[in-house]
Design a protein around this ligand. Sequence first.
Ligand code: ATP
Ligand code: MG
Length: 402
Amino acid sequence: MGISRYAYKGKRRFNISSFDAADTGDFKSRDQAVDQFVENLLVINKKQQKLYSERKEGVIFVFQAMDAAGKDGVIRTVFSTLSPHGVKEFCFKVPSAEEKSHDFLWRFWSALPARGFISIFNRSYYEDVLVGKVHAFYKNDIVPDRVKESDVIESRYRQIKDFERYLYETGTRVVKIFLNVSKDEQARRFISRIDVQRKNWKVSSGDLREREYWDDYMEAFESMINETSTKESPWYVVPADHKWYARYLVSEIVRKTLEEIDPQYPPLDKDTEKALQEYRQTLIDSLGEKGYQEQEKQPREFSDPSLIPAEMLQQELLDKQDESNERMKRNGFKNVRKLLASNYIIRSLGDIMDAVAAPSEEEDEIPAPEEEGENEETRNTSEIREHIKEIAEENEKETKDA
Ligand code: ATP
Ligand code: MG
């Protein structure tokens, strides 16, 4: 399903009052999104490896939202299959005294991704046209006379656009995601955070205070999106009342962004290839009489050292599968999951389960079909299995070619 209906690229106006935060697109339940979500993670994983190897373009995914909209969960689940060396998350909080003594974009320069890297901005400079606008913090700034208070927010929109344009033109894409939760759903999530002890740490009185400015925030979000959406750095407004749908949609956005970049493993030039062959021969000669036998292909799970801990985790989870996997069975996800695990593609199955398969206590459930028989288990999985097989084979081929 297309994500274009959630995209703002500078032409279409965003109207927050007519946006349905409980929208689930073409899906009626979480179960229907599972296969596509998993496939997206697979593609994202593969594309990120290429992005990292190519070292040509950097990407920033910016996340903005009201409290309890699910930013952290989205980030944890959608980026969970990525190789940690290519991704960094930055959480931007209230600026420090030092940060405040600089221009508002200053603290973001050091978080920009190098080529081939992905930076996740968990909040960003957009706070300066959100919380900064709602509470008019700029009034406390000591600035030269030429800076007019009445122009500050308008100027920031332009400065942000210039900044993002500069980044785009110099090799870094910025993709912005607003997780749009409704006021009622936020209330439910706050209540749950108060009721459930293990979630208590997430509640702060500040969150409740900000809720009182809800309408001002909505106005600020709407203007921000209308003023800073561009073709190169689009905004996506993601309905966030259903966590599974938000996570699925973000996986679509990340996938599409990486597909647009279309990174490729860098080819060796002829001279380097020739030099490598010569070097190989020198190495073989150095072994003398001991000679060199083509090594047997190592078992796949140990072929990439960086994956070993992840695979151990998978094994552990798979071992526990029989006892704890009833839910997965219901969701027709088990076969896909096994397949992914056997190909050592998914790093944290727990996260995937959390993301799409496990019902969350925090959100309104869309009722699932009452009883699902054995056949349900394999429902919808054959197609994705074919696809995953293709990806696995392609991977295999690339490993051989490499
Ligand atoms: P969580 O609550 O899930 O831990 P969070 O992102 O809400 O994550 P908090 O420490 O609760 O983290 O909140 C960070 C706070 O910092 C937010 O209230 C945000 O508005 C504020 N903040 C971020 N940037 C700025 C800024 N430039 N000026 C003022 N406040 C800012
Ligand atoms: Mg918070």
